[in-house]
Design a protein around this ligand. Structure first.
Ligand code: SF4
Length: 397
């Protein structure tokens, strides 16, 4: 795998190969180890590890649930110090550490900047709804997909997260909040299907009834349109919800804001979504970010409805749901959301064509809760010694 975007270029037409932060690359190299990461292990793999350090197999049934509650072997009171030391010798035992925690004073959304073992940082968000707690997890450090509206891709991809680092975000949020996580959305930093094996392993591990046990139907995976990944995931037949970031109704506009579209055009992507729906029985949700001057006129809405109806409804007979997301203004991208009237006009056209449209409520508006912004602000702050947030901040360092 390379750090190059699917078309070899980012949204500014620059090659993104090798665009990694030098200090992160150094940290990654220094911490490379052949030891397995304990939170990446399935129950059966942990069983093998426990046998390999001379312990009895039944210990797995004590250790696995405790790991999923956020306890590392040295903190477990029902295993001997010798066994804990042997496990910590055989595996990397590390939970993402809270570097910064921001709590919205408006809606209680909590945004975490987690530091990983090699010093890289990722973002995770806890959102509190009436129907339960949802955690939005990251799947990569940075992202190589180059979407024009996204802060996470500005520095390119640094590396994939391990299955344990993805699971560790859920565990660390539960441990910090003291509340059960009910739902997971894979919509944080990174393209999950660009880190397929680790994401799949995470999905199996987080679903394990002997551990954290979150049902597949409570997990949603968001993709920018990685068609090979959608087809692979369809073949797994896991009942997880797939969410496609569409953001334009024509290939020219979509390719200009999402380089992945140069590799897999809209029709091919929608056909892959339909295959996913046929294979899993799960509905697809479409995400459409409104960007002023790019994709948000009533005529754009009419063309979007026609395309979705042609491929998704006419052939598959499914209800179509589009989440409308006014773009967040990110200084580096120069993009702006349309005004309220333009948003309402866009939705009204979709509804008239039989498509359900929901304008997504912006959670945590006072903490920059959208993907990649905190990580960038933290990096900028670290570089110039300033802080840029005005809400409740708990710096854990
Ligand atoms: S929107 Fe998602 S896929 Fe696109 S650059 Fe951002 S993190 Fe990557």
């Amino acid at each position: 795998m390379t750090d190059e975007a699917p078309d070899g270029k980012n949204n500014k037409g620059q090659s993104v190969r090798g665009l990694v932060y030098p200090e992160n690359r150094k940290n990654t190299m220094e911490n490379e180890t052949s030891k397995p990461d304990i939170l990446s292990l399935s129950y059966e793999e942990l069983e093998e590890l426990i046998l390999s350090v001379g312990e009895k197999k039944f210990r797995t049934s004590q250790i696995f649930p405790q790991l999923h509650r956020g306890l590392m072997p040295g903190q477990m009171t029902n295993i001997s110090k010798k066994t804990a030391a042997a496990i910590e010798e055989a595996a990397d035992c590390f939970l993402p550490q809270i570097d910064i925690k921001l709590t919205s004073q408006i809606d209680g959304t909590v945004k975490y900047l987690f530091r990983l073992q090699d010093g890289n940082c990722i973002e995770t968000v806890l959102m509190k709804y009436n129907h339960g707690n949802t955690v939005c997890v990251s799947s990569q450090v940075g992202c190589r997909m180059g979407c024009a509206f996204c802060a996470s891709t500005i520095g390119g991809k640094v590396r994939d997260l391990t299955a344990g680092e993805i699971l560790g975000q859920v565990i660390a949020v539960q441990a910090d909040s003291g509340e059960r996580v009910d739902n997971i959305v894979m919509m944080g930093i990174g393209e999950p299907l660009d880190n397929y094996e680790n994401v799949l392993k995470f999905l199996h591990n987080v679903n394990d009834a002997r551990g954290i046990c979150i049902g597949y139907r409570h997990i949603s995976l968001s993709t920018c349109g990685h068609v090979d990944g959608i087809r692979r995931l369809a073949a797994e037949k896991l009942p997880i919800t797939l969410s496609l970031s569409l953001h334009a109704h024509d290939d020219e506009t979509r390719s200009a804001i999402m380089p992945v579209n140069k590799r897999w055009g809209i029709d091919e992507t929608l056909r892959a979504c339909r295959e996913y729906m046929d294979s899993t029985g799960r509905r697809i949700s479409f995400e459409y970010t409104l960007i002023k001057g790019k994709n948000c006129t009533p005529s754009d809405a009419g063309a979007l409805a026609a395309r979705l109806n042609r491929i998704m409804r006419a052939e598959a007979g499914c209800p179509i749901h589009v989440n409308i997301i006014p773009v967040n203004a990110v200084r580096e991208t120069g993009l702006e959301p349309p005004d309220k009237a333009a948003i309402e006009a866009f939705c009204s056209v979709l509804e008239k064509k039989g498509i359900r449209a929901t304008v997504r409520r912006r959670l945590g508006p006072d903490i920059n809760a959208s993907c990649g912004q905190l990580r960038r602000q933290s990096r900028a702050g670290a570089e110039n010694g300033t802080e840029s947030t005005s809400c409740v901040t708990e710096n854990k360092n």
